[in-house]
Design a protein around this ligand. Structure first.
Ligand SMILES: [Zn+2]
Length: 314
């Protein structure tokens, strides 16, 4: 009797340490609608968005926000159909600034950046009908490189009724889309397989990484807001990514629901001062060291390039 109890208790503590019963919640968010990165030959923006939507529906994920840069639509008016399709699926849209302007660039003034945010609103208002599009995802996650820009941007967003869409999980999904296109151009199936393995491995590592930071800071998993991009490779990998998360006990929620957690209070209430809205920043404010981050097993910048072909030669 006693032995069985001890064994069971040992199993439970091992399982907890191993994250077997972890209940992590993730809110997917999608940036750079209607067009992110390059496309492999023969693929269209419309196909990418339809593939993403089909997976999200099939997997019964809660409706995710898509963050728009409408400059691309001014240049290629046909791409409005990508947003129409997203809206027809019942998914909301938010603001990612008209030209994806980087607030932290020395050449960007606060006024220029504010205009870029406002210039995006006509398309959002039209697409969202009467619904709220006042969520801002900072391009490059740049919230201002000077106190003046940082405070000014928050003041501007408050005055215009915005909330900030924070990011607490990101595994550099965007970095895979360029090499994927190159490998599809050269027809290098072996390298595509390497990309797929690496993408899933990085997603899993990042899940563990943020879990370790969150639990060391707060003794719990905060609900994570995951930064994703509407790239061709992301669309291809989404079914496997969701499966992987589910295998590790992850459940899914909306941006609004995740943002209600106390961690994001300064993102929702812009009258409060700027606070860290990444877990890494929260760690550094407390002077705590970040967990070790292993280097990528593959070089995304040279995969399927001339340089890569040279290196692969015996
Ligand atoms: Zn972006």
């Amino acid at each position: 009797m006693m032995n069985r109890f001890v064994l069971a208790a040992a199993f439970v503590s091992l399982a907890l340490a191993g994250g077997l019963f972890a209940q992590q919640k993730i809110a997917f968010t999608w940036d750079d609608l209607p067009a992110h990165s390059s496309l492999p030959p023969g693929e269209t923006r419309q196909q990418v968005i339809e593939s993403l939507i089909a997976t999200i529906k099939q997997e019964r994920l809660p409706a995710p926000y898509g963050f728009v840069n409408s400059k691309v639509i001014d240049e290629q008016p046909d791409l409005i159909r990508v947003l129409d399709t997203w809206r027809a699926a019942g998914f909301p849209l938010g603001n990612h600034a008209w030209s994806h302007m980087n607030l932290n660039a020395p050449s960007t003034s606060l006024g220029m950046w504010e205009n870029d945010v406002l210039q995006n609103e006509a398309v959002l208002a039209k697409e969202m009908g009467g619904q709220d599009y006042h969520w801002l995802r900072f391009p490059y996650l740049s919230e201002g490189d000077t106190p003046e820009k940082k405070v000014g941007a928050r003041r501007f967003l408050l005055d215009h009724g915005y909330k900030v869409a924070g990011v607490t999980m990101s595994f550099a999904d965007y970095a895979y889309n360029e090499p994927y296109t190159r490998c599809m151009v050269t027809g290098d199936a072996y390298s595509v397989k390497k990309l797929e393995d690496s993408y899933l491995q990085e997603a899993l590592r990042n899940l563990d990484y943020e879990h370790r930071i969150s639990t060391s800071l707060y003794g719990r998993d905060i609900p994570y807001i995951l930064l994703m991009h509407v790239g061709a490779f992301d669309a291809k990998m989404l079914p496997r990514l969701i499966e992987l998360y589910r295998q590790h006990g992850v459940t899914f929620t909306t941006l609004q629901d995740a943002s209600n957690d106390a961690f994001y209070r300064n993102d929702l209430n812009l009258s409060l001062g700027a606070a860290p809205d990444s877990l890494e920043e929260a760690m550094s404010l407390k002077g705590l060291p970040l967990p070790k981050h292993e280097a990528l097993a593959i070089d995304l910048s040279t995969l399927c390039t001339q340089q890569h072909a040279q290196a692969a030669k015996p």
